[in-house]
Write a protein that binds this ligand. Structure first.
Ligand code: NAD
Ligand code: TYD
Length: 358
């Protein structure tokens, strides 16, 4: 039975990945989820699986070398999938230091502990051990409105403290692969959306505000472009890269689904109108009048767009969820999980840990 150490598994993508892995492998794998439960970590995301006997949650900070060393010492870890990070650009502009601490130092600790656990006396590594570092397309910087895509060979040019810290963490992983032949992969993915996304991020924020008749803040002219991927397609890609990818390689993940922010808002508003019943009082609140142009984000990257040619050609991964379907599923999920959204916006989700793990 393979044992996975997943960091940041209580966050948005990490929790979706854990659900995906249990759906796919059932009892064939064991998952240890290590998460510090920052404001972005929510154990309610994992309610359905927390009682499985092949799942363990450990509250620990990835910068805590002793705690991470102990986890490797007590468990025979075959795979690391490293999601844990500070992930919100706006927060990084206000408070960059915690991004450096978690994203850079935390990645260094994870690499070092995995290396210490897996290295053999001759400097090679135990057969079959693999580390996957989950990163972002934001490390490549910003594209012109009308030109080009991010390839694995695109030079790094991060602009925000968030993307600079992720770029630094990618460089550390590269250095471990180059220096020690440490068995790793890096994935750089475009923007994700789907269930369990914390409502400070654009898509859940727009859904949540629109349903309450609150204004929908659009930064700048609303024409910045992001390349949106349904989170389950990302989870599947990570698993495929780890199992079928060539070690030491980077794979870009994205689905040629570029949209301006203002287009996203319009699609969400249309979809909400379609999905809300006629007698639902929220239907009257959902309106274009809520769109409010606000001051632009500092250093706001204009356009991101992934060329997923390598992952498609080498591994056969392609996104399966069309954007309209993904948005419908996401909105339906938020309809069915009003408590989750209420708890996430009120901060009540943080009580869950205290109650669950007294
Ligand atoms: P998230 O903010 O929703 O979750 C991050 C998780 O990491 C949380 O559960 C949090 O508690 C945990 N964490 C934070 N600091 C920690 C620490 N010091 N020690 C242990 N755990 C800690 O983030 P997400 O959107 O799920 O992103 C996950 C990863 O995917 C990140 O590495 C991010 O850079 C990358 N990524 C995200 C996107 C996206 O669109 N969200 C796109 C591409 C790549
Ligand atoms: P976000 O979800 O923060 O992801 P990222 O900055 O990592 O791409 O933002 C997505 C896009 O939406 C980005 O161009 C900024 C924009 N945006 C708004 O216009 N208004 C908002 O309130 C937020 C949170 C984001």
């Amino acid at each position: 039975m393979r044992t996975y150490l997943v960091t940041g598994g209580a966050g948005f993508i990490g929790s979706n990945y854990i659900h995906y892995m249990f759906r796919k492998y059932g009892g064939e794998i064991r998952i240890i989820n290590v998460d510090a439960l920052t404001y972005a970590g929510n154990l309610e995301n994992l309610k359905e699986i927390e009682k499985r006997d092949n799942y363990t949650f450990i509250r620990a900070d990835i910068t805590d070398k002793d705690a991470i060393t102990k986890i490797f010492a007590e468990n025979d870890i075959d795979r690391v999938v490293h999601f844990a990070a500070e992930s919100h650009v706006d927060r990084s502009i206000k408070d960059p230091e915690v991004f450096v601490r978690t994203n850079v130092l935390g990645t260094a600790v994870m690499l070092n502990c995995a290396k210490a656990a897996w290295e053999l006396p001759d400097g090679s590594f135990q057969e079959g051990r693999k580390f996957l570092h989950v990163s972002t397309d934001e490390v490549y910087g910003s594209l012109e409105e009308d030109g080009g895509f991010f390839y694995e060979t695109t030079p790094y040019a991060p602009h925000s403290p968030y993307s600079a810290s992720k770029a630094s963490s990618d460089m550390l992983v590269r250095s471990y692969m180059d220096t020690y032949r440490f068995p790793a992969n890096i994935t750089n993915c475009s923007n994700n959306y789907g269930p369990y996304q914390f409502p400070e991020k654009f898509i859940p924020l727009v859904i949540n505000n629109a349903l309450q008749g609150k204004s929908l803040p659009v930064y700048g002219d609303g024409k910045n472009v992001r390349d949106w991927l349904y989170v389950e397609d990302h989870a599947k890609a990570i698993d495929m890269v780890q199992e079928q990818g060539r070690l030491f390689e980077t794979y870009n993940i994205g689905g040629h689904n570029e949209k301006q922010n203002i287009e996203i808002i319009n699609i969400i508003l249309e979809t909400l109108q379609e999905q809300l019943a006629d007698d639902d009082p929220r239907k009257k609140l959902v309106s274009r009048d809520l769109i409010t142009y606000v001051e632009d984000r500092k250093g706001h990257d204009r356009r991101y767009a992934i060329a997923p040619d390598k992952i498609r050609a080498e591994i056969g991964w392609e996104p399966e969820t069309m954007f309209r379907d993904g948005i419908r599923r996401t909105i339906q999920w938020y309809f069915e999980h009003e408590d989750w959204m209420r708890n996430a916006t009120s901060g009540d989700y943080q009580k869950y840990y205290a109650e669950m793990y007294k």
